[in-house]
Design a protein around this ligand. Structure first.
Ligand code: C2E
Ligand code: MG
Ligand code: MG
Ligand code: MG
Length: 286
């Protein structure tokens, strides 16, 4: 009986697996055409200075609207794109689209600084710096208005690759941020090797700020460490006023999260920003 039950369980499991695999395969092939079919877009989430009086810039987050499945989360399609060799194409599109959008906002009177997320495969691209530089040139955007975010765990995976990419990007004037900081395992000596200007503390620490003394101590230490290394600190995933107040007390430089704004389409950002703060003359130094 046990055997039969096991068999049934397996059959059930297998059919699930097949459904999963088939769906994955279909999604993967759809992703291949997503850009050409105009299903990709960037949403933009503002980052505020400590006092929340000004927008410091926005982070571009990729969105894929699938015709049948609706919005597929980046946590699903980005790893898929990485596995199937599509991330370079998508990544190039993000670089170009972010620059194009900055230019479009310029023409509408909003001078914005944009952060994009880079994947490990992009860091390994020999011509990443050329690609970034040519996108900036194509849309006539100064390099200092572009910030590249690289997740800490990715950055530390191959420190030499990261170092080379960072140095190349820094050489042309692009700013660099280490994303999801605290979730990887960077040794401080590695951190010193990277010419980054910003650390972004991972949401998991921000989430626990009000309830956990440990989380608070970690954030406090990260801010102090970052400042001692001349890095600015951003907190991501700020959702409550309590978290905001603690972060301000701990001297965090920039805040980002649903408390202030969710990621939104480019067209909404213009309305949203004009309803909030003047952003025409933001200081673009990180
Ligand atoms: P990330 O770069 O750490 O981006 C922050 C994520 O947290 C975003 O999720 C954002 O929508 C979400 N978020 C922002 N504020 C809050 C908040 O207050 N509460 C909560 N619960 N979440 C908040 P999203 O857009 O789903 O992106 C997930 C991840 O996918 C990003 O994490 C990034 O690693 C990756 N990703 C997104 N766009 C791109 C891209 O263009 N290229 C690459 N390589 N990766 C991307
Ligand atoms: Mg990011
Ligand atoms: Mg992050
Ligand atoms: Mg994150």
């Amino acid at each position: 009986a046990a055997k039969r039950a096991g068999g049934n369980t397996y059959a059930l499991f297998e059919s699930h697996m097949n459904a999963g695999a088939a769906r994955q395969l279909a999604l993967q092939s759809d992703l291949r055409h997503a850009r050409a079919r105009g299903q990709l877009s960037l949403h933009y989430q503002p980052k505020f200075d400590g006092e929340r009086s000004q927008i410091r810039g926005v982070e571009a987050l990729m969105r894929w609207k699938h015709p049948d499945h609706g919005n597929v989360p980046p946590n699903v399609f980005i790893p898929m794109a990485e596995r199937f060799g599509l991330i370079k194409e998508l990544g190039d599109w993000v670089i170009d689209e972010a620059c194009r959008q900055m230019r479009a906002w310029d023409e509408q009177g909003m001078r914005m600084r944009v952060a994009i997320n880079l994947s490990v495969h992009q860091l390994r691209q020999e011509d990443l710096v050329d690609r970034v530089q040519s996108a900036l040139g194509r849309h006539e955007i100064e390099a200092s208005r572009l910030l590249c975010e690289i997740t800490e765990s990715i950055a530390m995976e191959d420190i030499e690759v990261t170092q080379r990419a960072f140095e190349g990007l820094r050489r042309i004037g692009v700013f660099l941020s280490i994303d999801d900081f605290g979730t990887g395992y960077s040794s401080l000596s590695y951190l010193r090797k990277l010419p980054a200007q910003q650390l972004k503390i991972d949401r998991s620490f921000i989430q626990d700020l009000e309830t956990s003394r440990d989380a608070r101590a970690i954030v406090d230490a990260v801010v102090k460490l970052a400042h001692a290394l001349d890095l600015k600190v951003v907190a991501e995933g700020v959702e409550t006023e309590g978290q905001r107040d603690i972060l301000l007390a701990l001297q965090c430089d920039e805040l980002q999260g649903y408390l202030f704004a969710r990621p939104m389409p480019a067209s909404d950002l213009l309305d949203w920003a004009s309803g909030h703060n003047p952003v025409s003359d933001v200081d673009f130094s990180p």
